[in-house]
Structure formats: C-alpha cells, structure tokens
Design a protein around this ligand. Structure first.
Ligand SMILES: [Zn+2]
Length: 308
C-alpha cells in the first residue's frame, strides 16, 4: 500500500507537510537535548520555563514561530531562551524538507523515493541531530537515542526491505517474501556490526597507540545505528569521510583552546547526511576496485589453504 503513496508524496503540499513535521520533531529533539543529560523524563512534566517553571502554552510552543513572536523570552518572567531552540527546530525542518526534495523531487537516488526509506532515514537523521548537539556540548552520546534509530532501521528493513536495497532499485517494487524480509534485517545487522566494529577497532588501536582514550563508546553505538539504517557500504564511507570533516574543526579547536578532545559525533552525523545523498554513485565508483580487492583476498586465502 505504501508503495502507491510514492507519487502522491512527490506533490508539493507534502514538502510543506514534512517541513512542518521536521520542525515539530526538532521541538521534541530540544526536549531530548535538555532532559536526557539531566536524567529527566522526556514526557513529564510538559514544556515549562526552566526559571519560573510556568508551563508553556501550546500557542507559545509552535516551532520556530513562537521563538520570534516572543522574541526569545518567557512570556511569564521574561527570561531569555537559548537561540538553540529555534536553531534546532529550523534545522530539523530543513533536514526533513531537504531530503524530501532530494529523494522525491530531484531523485538523487531513485531507490530512496520511497516512503518507508524516507521514514527510516529521517528517524536516523533526527537521532544524529540530537546526538550531534548533545555530543558537541557535553562530549557524550546517549545510546537510548542511537538505539531507537537502530531499532527503527531493523523494523523498517523488515517492513520495507528496499531500505537495505536503495542502491539496487531498478524501477520495480516487488512484493517481498518472508525470506527477503529476513535477509533485509540481516543486512541491517551486518551494517550495524560493520559500523560499530570499525569504531571499536579504531578505538582499540587509538587507545593503544596514544595511551589515552580515543573515541568514545557512544561513537560505536552511533555508527551501529548509521550502518543499520544505511548498510555496511555506507558505514565504511561515513567512517572514511568523517575524519576529513572533523580534522579542520579539530585543528581550529586545538589552536584556539589548546584542547585536543574533539566530539566526533557531529562529524559522523554530517558525513552520514552526505552519504545518504551520494551513496549510490560513490559505491558504484568504487565497486570495481572492491571486487578486485576481494578477488586478491580470495586468491591469497585459496593459495594459503592450498599450500598448507
Ligand atoms: Zn519563565
């Protein structure tokens, strides 16, 4: 049924709808960003001013708009709210809208113009925004956030196996068999293992080489969610791309603050966002090389096995 929605979703009102949905998701991400590090419940109490504790009415809680209407202040006591509330809401809205534009209008990846794929990708993007902001501010990643994204990716892979086959889309959307659904879930688990495993090994090697903790445990979970949703090839691409994004910031940060501890989560998130757009083309570009590499590995293994 969802497959038939694909053309409907390409209509412009849906773009506006996803822009609004994204900014409302951003509003919830603000709650996560504030309450998770404080160990508070995400659902209770409802939104309130952190200074005067006055509850915030629904009409004062409209994403982005309310921030400007109230000029960034509490209606009751006039305390200034951080501009970050509006920034996260606007950014989330633009992320949802931008990927809708890229997938359904520009068709940057034919296989991604699918409601299920879009849903899984936007849950991942939301987790990356929340994790990126929290990691940037506190150098911590909450596995409760990344695990939701991983769980949604695996459930989504079962419901819509094309989540794990975005690059293989050939214009046909078959009725999936139970085996194909199980296969998609396994591919998601493989992606999670490759993503988490790459960071795990880097962390082991880095900690051994530099005699201090290199990369956090949270980065393992974050990459597991990325690999689970986007597949093992994407996990490798994100792993390779993120250091380039992080390096520039790291050098600037080191020069300015003489602090070499750089949060890695935001850069894994940015790299994942980029890979979500260009994955098919890049993988197709490297596939011949990867096949040659496997061929060499295969021959070495065969020869070693033969001579032994
Ligand atoms: Zn107040």
């Amino acid at each position: 049924m969802l497959d038939n929605l694909q053309e409907t979703v390409s209509a412009w009102p849906f773009g506006v709808f996803f822009l609004l949905v994204g900014s409302c998701v951003g509003s919830f991400l603000n709650v996560c960003i504030h309450r998770l590090p404080a160990g508070k419940s995400l659902v209770w109490p409802p939104s309130h001013c952190v200074v005067c504790l006055a509850p915030i009415a629904w009409y004062d809680n409209i994403p982005v708009v309310s921030y400007f209407v109230l000029r960034g202040r509490c209606r009751q006591c006039g305390t200034r709210f951080s501009a970050r509330y509006a920034v996260v809401e606007a950014a989330s809205g633009l992320v949802f809208f931008g990927f809708w534009l890229a997938y359904f209008i520009f068709g940057v990846r034919p296989g991604a113009a699918h409601v299920g794929v879009y849903a899984v990708h936007m849950v991942l993007a939301s987790a990356l925004v929340a994790s990126g902001v929290i990691d940037f501010e506190r150098k911590e990643i909450y596995t409760s956030v990344t695990n939701v994204a991983l769980a949604v990716a695996l459930i989504g892979s079962f419901l819509w196996p094309q989540v794990q086959r975005v690059g293989a889309y050939d214009g046909q959307l078959p009725g999936w068999t139970g085996w194909e659904r199980a296969d998609a879930v396994l591919l998601g688990l493989l992606g999670a293992a490759v993503g988490g495993g790459l960071i795990f090994v880097t962390r082991l090697l880095g900690t051994w080489a530099f005699k201090k903790e290199a990369m956090g445990i949270g980065d393992i979970y974050l990459m597991a969610a990325i690999g689970g949703a986007l597949g093992w090839e994407a996990a490798v691409l994100v792993f390779l791309a993120a250091p380039f994004l992080g390096l520039a910031y790291g050098l600037w940060h080191l020069a300015r603050k003489h602090d070499s501890e750089v949060p890695y989560g935001p850069f894994l998130g940015l790299a994942a966002g980029a890979v979500m757009l260009v994955q098919d083309g890049v993988v197709a570009h490297f596939r011949p090389g990867i096949e040659v590499m496997w061929e060499i590995v295969y021959r070495i293994v065969c020869q070693t096995a033969g001579s032994g």
